[in-house]
Design a protein around this ligand. Sequence first.
Ligand code: DI6
Ligand code: FE
Length: 401
Amino acid sequence: MWDLLLTNLNAATMTPGGAPYGAGRDAAIAVHDGRIAWIGPRADLPDAAARETRDLEGRWVTPGLIDCHTHLVFGGNRAPEWERRLNGATYEEIARAGGGIQSTVDATRGASTEQLAEQALPRARALARRGVTTVEIKSGYGLEPGCERRMLEAAGLVGQAADLRVSRTLLAAHTVPKEYRDNRDAYVNLIIDRMIPQAASVADAVDAYCETIGFTPDEVDRIFTAARAHGLQVKLHAEQLSDQGGAALAARHQALSADHLEHLSPEGVAALAGAGTVAVLLPGAYYFLRDEKAPPVAALREAGVPMAVATDCNPGTSPLTDPLLAMNLACTLFRLTPEEALAGFTRNAARALGLHDRIGTLEPGKAADLAVWNIDEPAELAYWLGADLLAARYRDGRQTA
Ligand code: DI6
Ligand code: FE
């Protein structure tokens, strides 16, 4: 006896290789013990009973959306800095003058775990209202062992409060904090000796910002070696503002993903393809920084690199809490197809988190994380700007919205 049977629906399963969107019309989905027990055409439904049956009246069902790159937890906001940028200052100039990430660090250090969770909750709820069921949340605004730990704890609290599956990432290597500006090595050692061992039991992965205003490839190499030794996965902010060879470095460490990639070289594309590393595209940051160099999407596509899309929700470069708007930006600014954009928030986002065995497509055995939409065509998910399309959301087979 199934727990739940959803009928009279169209399923965008997002399984590759078949119909566009893996779509099946007039379908049904059976849920048992939080997982998808059966999915297929309604006409083929086995003769099995369910404790509860719901008629979805022809709505579309997709995998619950997965936002695989966010900095959702932070203190304060940076609207004043944005106003300065609109008056001509650049992101790098502000960062070098002690604003930028460092100003969010100051606000984050002044907040308790509970205050951080409370401030992040509206952002998490906004994602959930747009169909997100899994979110990755990075630390990276504490930059000291205690505050980095509080950020990761707050990420767990936010997930519980907003009913989101959370994947947590240590981003202690986001920027060198001001108290270490003259002694970078000591900060890298602190990450390796204290923060990575401390995070090993809480976090799933370690990330770094490989950039002229962040960390050098050599520093990232040391940090990744330590992370892997502690059993943590790695991922990298690479080639956002300049080509540092970060993607190739990430690939050498079997990274789950390399993210941003505006300045990715052909060698970088080949390295990602060879390692099976996911390219995570972040059009919100590209848009908000008025960047003009788009990531080499055609080359990534040609090389068969899986592409994910994420909000990169953060106070400095992407104050974006709408996955559907991120999908639209990926299509309009980066020329993804709407199907690629949806794969970027489902199947490929799951891969970017190493969770592709459990989530990201609608298949028997996967978690029953589902989004139900008031749309006639799957392309509408990337088409509308700011529409309220979600009809219902299920996590592990439980309806949560
Ligand atoms: N790249 C980004 O776009 C964000 N972090 C990063 O490494 C920006 C973070 C911020 O400005 O607060
Ligand atoms: Fe980021």
